[in-house]
Design a protein around this ligand. Structure first.
Ligand code: CP
Ligand code: NVA
Length: 305
């Protein structure tokens, strides 16, 4: 049976750790100049409906490093943009390639693509979830702190796709997630309802949210596709910028993380993102290693008919 990664709920607790350990192993081997090619002879399609820097480059480089050929497709240039269904697109691509990574607006479309495809489909971000980002962030935290379970993560900002994936990570792994979101911008109540009792808490005061945090995490206030709301959001999120003063409310050795792209002076102060506690570029690098592990897990062992 082929497996997909559409949300983190597609993986078990043990599989998440398996991928984190594999990411660490692949990273170590790459740093030593050893190249593994477990996807030799295969091809992986990448479909983009939205812009991307990190996902685009880290997937393409990762696919190549694993020995496979990347096929980059811009949704607007495909027949998908002219009325061909996602299901037919999935069936056709399944005859050519061994896996699909897709970044799209609609989560439902990505789920439909995965359902119709006979090959693994990886969600490279939808309006609802960003599982590759959070898996790779879990790897980064594991690398820095040697553990994930037992720690406290404060997510400050919009209850968006990234926040949803953090909540789904907390469904599976035993860490404490404290979300600090303005009223009206809290995560989807159904996603929140899935988290085990006591593991996820929502605050409307960012100072309360960062109390005892080992990691302070933020994301943009205006996600891709929400540009028309930018002004309204700038006002709604006033007071939710991760400043040096806010960081002082977290633990002394707290790390600062951001999935990037960042807007200095909006969701994060330059002094924080460019300061000593920030690990955002190690975090960005780890997209490469974590996604190689995801593809190794989902695609390498697969035999499709
Ligand atoms: N963090 C992230 O997914 O970055 P890109 O939008 O550049 O891919
Ligand atoms: N929430 C952001 C994440 C970007 C990586 C967006 O969807 O635009």
């Amino acid at each position: 049976m082929k497996r997909d990664l559409i949300t983190l709920l597609d993986l078990s607790h043990d599989e998440i750790f398996l991928i984190i350990k594999e990411a660490a192993r692949l990273k170590k081997r790459q740093k030593k100049g050893i190249s593994d090619k477990p996807l030799a002879g295969k091809s992986v399609a990448m479909i983009f409906e939205k812009p991307s820097t990190r996902t685009r480059v880290s997937f393409e480089v990762g696919i190549t490093q694993l020995g496979a050929s990347p096929v980059v497709l811009h949704a607007g240039e495909m027949q998908l943009g002219r009325g061909e269904t996602v299901e037919d697109t999935a069936r056709v691509l399944s005859r050519y390639v061994d896996g699909i990574m897709i970044r799209a607006y609609s989560h439902q479309s990505v789920a439909a693509l995965a359902k119709a495809a006979s090959i693994p489909v990886i969600n490279g971000l939808t309006d609802f979830a960003h599982p590759c980002q959070i898996l790779s962030d879990l790897f980064t935290i594991y690398e820095k702190k040697n553990t994930i379970e037992g720690i406290t993560i404060a997510y400050i900002g919009d209850g968006n796709n990234v926040a949803h994936s953090w909540i789904m990570a907390a469904d599976q792994l035993d860490f404490s997630l404290r979300l600090g979101c303005p009223e009206g911008y809290t995560p989807d109540p159904e996603v929140l309802a899935g988290a085990p009792e006591g593991r996820v808490a929502v605050f409307h005061d960012p100072k309360e949210a960062v109390a005892d945090a080992d990691v302070v995490y933020t994301d943009v206030w205006t996600s891709m596709g929400q540009e028309a709301e930018k002004q309204k959001r700038l006002e709604a999120f006033r007071g939710f910028c991760v400043t040096p003063a806010l960081m002082k409310g977290a633990r002394d050795n707290a790390l600062f993380m951001h999935c990037l792209p960042a807007h200095r002076g909006e969701e994060v102060a330059a002094d924080v993102i460019d300061g000593k506690q920030s690990i955002v570029f190690d975090q960005a690098e780890n997209r490469l290693h974590a996604q190689k592990a995801i593809m190794f897990f989902l695609i390498a062992e697969e035999n499709h008919t």
